[in-house]
Ligand binder design. Sequence first.
Ligand code: AMP
Length: 560
Amino acid sequence: MLESTMMDVPLTIPTILDRMKLLFSGSKVISYLPVGIDPETKQPIPGRFEETYGQLSDRAHQLMHALTDAGVKSGTRVATFATNHYRHLELYYAIPSVGAVAHMVNIRLPDEQIVYIINHAGDEVLFVDNVFLPRLPAILAQCPTLKHVIVMGAVPQLPSGMTDFETFIAGKPTQFTYPEIDERQAAGMCYTSGTTGHPKGVVYSHRAYVLHSLVSASSEMMAVTERDTVLPIVPMFHVSAWGYPFTCPFVGANLVLTSVLTAPAFIARVLQDEGVTHTAGVPTIWFGLLEELDRAKAAGSPYKLQKLRSLLVGGSAAPRSLIEGYGERHGLRVAHAWGMTETTPLGTLNNLKPEHDALEPAARYDVMALTGRPAMLVQLKLVDEHDGLLPHDGRTPGRLLVRGPWVTGSYYDNPEATAASQQNGWFDTGDIATINTDGYMMIQDRAKDLIKSGGEWISSVDLENTLMGHPKLKEAAVIAIAHPKWDERPLGVLVVRDGFEVTKPELDTFLLERGFAKWQLPDAYEFVAEIPKTTVGKFLKRALRDQFKDYKLETSVTLE
Ligand code: AMP
């Protein structure tokens, strides 16, 4: 081997911080935080806070001094229990820049899981939003490793033993000398959500975050630059807000953060007033926003969203009807993406090939509904139950395996889960997917959600995506029900739009017209007020399966 002559410069978070200060100190972080409750509507009143990247950098440096003065050192786990706002962003930079690890705790988990993950991670310091203080006593009593609690936001009376964030950093110098940081050391960690059993920990390295940001910002992916204003609606406690807190400052794009304020009318106004160019969230958010945009348009006062060039949707399947709805009715582009906590999360993103421009709209939306092509440096493959390679022909479904520099090679301190998910240098996603000849992947299902009927597989995601395009339906989930003859059969669980009724024959016709075979149609439908969701807004199929575990299907089909 011949040694190269290149420098070995580590890829670390301070590199992003220094660049943001040097080149983009005027770019902004705009935070909307609840500052009270409207007595009439009982809704939170938003307050708007503006910080430049220059100020953010100074405060992050002050925070680094405060952290080290409090005993935080290389490898210390520092938990955040917080929503999306500038102080949380300052922590995103300060914690890894002193060599410590930011553990972003999912605030929507039940208390016993929060206690589990804080103890499993061995967190020593906790930064908490003022609004979550009432939850703390139950948690703190069971977390012996926590030594300091720092409260973000004003409180009438600070609980004893806790420190106020502004007091914590007050008077500290705005210049901190970073310790030597190895690009492979831990910078952040998140635990998976919505799974059975205990959440599993994923630890992100500096190198993974930096490479992920470079590729996310690239023109082939999100194409984010200094000219952009980006609103990630995905929470900062869910897969590091999909990396936007690192991607945007790296290129100087303004960031808009909206804490717990995600009501569709509020989001629509922020998109308009802040001139947002790119935004990202889970399908539930975009369903709500689409209704609000439709309503405003029908009322003759549409929102002015001319600057908005893309809405990234991921986290669960985005139905074609959603993508088409934005495109046809509002001229807005929805970009479908796939990823996981275990993949930092950017795995695939749907951008069109030049030849797709010539397609008729219907055919173009067919392509846009696919889950996209792999990001640079990410590899995908499909395997069968014997780990044999399957073809990328757009038809053959298989277990999706992924590999790349920001894909986890293990779970934190969890050898069983690690062994179950790693396969000769590839990570088994637990998703079932197809990949077409152009390289576009399509998630068909979680392996455990596929419906096995008479030896054939039925994709619940496919049925759900199509049903959600029915004008009378608001939400649709499809689960497997045990069947004496066919092993399993699909049951549709539906939320009907206000003022409508829908029948099975009507839905059968709708599905048959859209290419489903008769044996793939749900045997029955149940109507509910709401589909239960995970802490990050995905359908909670496990809860539905529990709810309908004794369900007896009255009808049956002939598999022909
Ligand atoms: P999480 O770790 O909570 O982000 O969950 C990751 C899982 O969400 C993946 O393994 C998929 O099952 C699902 N998921 C993410 N994006 C998509 C998508 N675009 N379409 C379908 N499923 C998705």
